[in-house]
Design a protein around this ligand. Structure first.
Ligand SMILES: *Cc1c(COP(=O)(O)O)cnc(C)c1O
Length: 381
């Protein structure tokens, strides 16, 4: 057995153990455990400094998980866009391919709480069916391998899946979505990286939510991956009491970038049942992005997105930088709040004389809006 597998075996998984380690009410913890699976591996446990700290809040069950009236089990309506179990085909040219039902620790705010830990929902036969679906759909040029955590599969299983995908001529890129470099960096072995390297162009999106998760171990893992030529991106979930603070988020983004991870998305928390105590208001995310853009490297500024409840996909949100766009000029404010004007070139004769700006292909949101003034760009882009 490899070292990472031994670590995983020593995880806290039962309500009794968790209650004892953290001095919690065993009955309450077991009520939560009956609904949502628990796993805290010894590596991540070792990073928790105090009860209620930002790392603790991500993995230790809380009785409030049973309380959230607005929460849903499948808020992104993934099941509705699943032609078969373990595959979500929502966008025209890419699919989400769920190949593992396990994670190195379980996030209390997990979007797929309904699936993780359930072997029936993602198993070897559903993986073969998924490969088959991708083979039959030549419009799919990008496959996001996720789960659960795909890096919890054995090297041999993962190798077989990647090999299957690479054998499909229309699959141009493969992406792996994983929290392993954060939760269990020991899993990133030289052998694993040698396997991944065979399947380029292969991208990886890692998931970190707090600067304290960037440790010497996780740096080593990210370094191995980057050295294998794998472009690394990050996804971060905005969480109350974890990273809902511009200074914390800025530090996280800068630290990721220093590990050659390009911040990709900050997600507004999905409306998952039992996560109201971890969700922030949307304005918080906008404030955070505003305090990143211009104030630190543009490379450290990800897109802030909401994954639409009901299955609409990801929508980017931007603070309002554009005050107006008219036929002649664009008036905008920079990161410091100072106002600037950009003069437009005259319209070409062949361009239809419409008084709406070119970005608005769809009817304006408010039909009564003054024709010369566009809705702020952030609502359209
Ligand atoms: C997020 C997501 C993708 C990938 O979206 P990108 O914006 O291309 O990263 C694809 N499919 C589903 C169902 C998703 O949720």
């Amino acid at each position: 057995m490899e070292r990472w597998q031994k670590l995983l075996q020593k995880s806290l998984t039962s309500a009794e153990e968790v209650a004892e380690v953290f001095g919690l009410d065993a009955k309450e913890v077991s009520q939560v455990a009956n609904r949502f699976r628990i796993r805290i591996n010894p590596y991540y446990l070792g990073l928790i400094k105090a009860k209620g700290d930002p790392l603790y809040r991500q993995v230790v069950p809380d009785i409030r998980e049973l309380e959230d009236p607005c929460g849903m089990l499948d808020p992104l309506a993934e099941d509705q866009d699943s032609p078969l179990p373990g595959l979500v085909h929502r966008y025209p040219d890419r699919v989400l391919f769920l190949v593992s039902h396990e994670c190195a620790s379980y996030c209390r705010f997990c979007t797929r709480k309904r699936l993780v830990g359930d072997c029936d929902k993602m198993n070897p036969s559903s993986i073969d069916q998924g490969l088959d679906y991708i083979r039959r759909h030549s419009e799919i040029r990008d496959v996001i391998v996720s789960g659960g955590d795909p890096l919890l599969l054995t090297d041999a299983r993962l190798d077989a899946i990647l090999k299957g995908l690479r054998a499909i001529p229309h699959v141009e890129i493969i992406r792996i979505g994983t929290r392993v470099p954060c939760f269990l960096p020991q899993r990133v072995t030289r052998r694993l990286v040698r396997i991944l390297k065979h399947y380029h162009p292969l991208f990886m999106n890692v998931h970190f939510n707090h600067p304290d998760e960037i440790t010497p171990e996780s740096r080593r893992a990210l370094n191995l991956l980057a050295n294998a030529g794998i472009p690394l991106g990050s996804q971060t979930v905005l969480l109350k009491g974890v990273n809902d603070d511009p200074a914390v988020m800025k530090r996280l983004m800068q630290k990721l970038l220093a590990c050659r991870v390009r911040p990709y998305y900050i997600f507004q928390s999905d409306m998952i049942a039992g996560t109201a105590h971890l969700r922030t208001r949307v304005e918080k995310g906008l404030k955070i992005v505003k305090e990143l853009r211009g104030w630190t490297s543009g490379l450290a500024v990800p897109h802030f997105v909401i994954d639409c409840p009901g299955g609409g996909g990801k929508v980017p949100l931007l603070p309002e930088y554009v005050e107006s766009i008219s036929d002649r000029e664009v008036v905008m404010r920079n990161y410091e709040g100072r106002r600037f004007t950009y003069r437009q070139v005259p319209r070409e004769k062949t361009e239809p004389v419409t008084r709406r700006a070119p970005l608005a292909e769809k009817p304006p949101l408010e039909p009564d809006a003054a024709p010369e003034v566009l809705a702020p760009v952030s609502r359209i882009v």
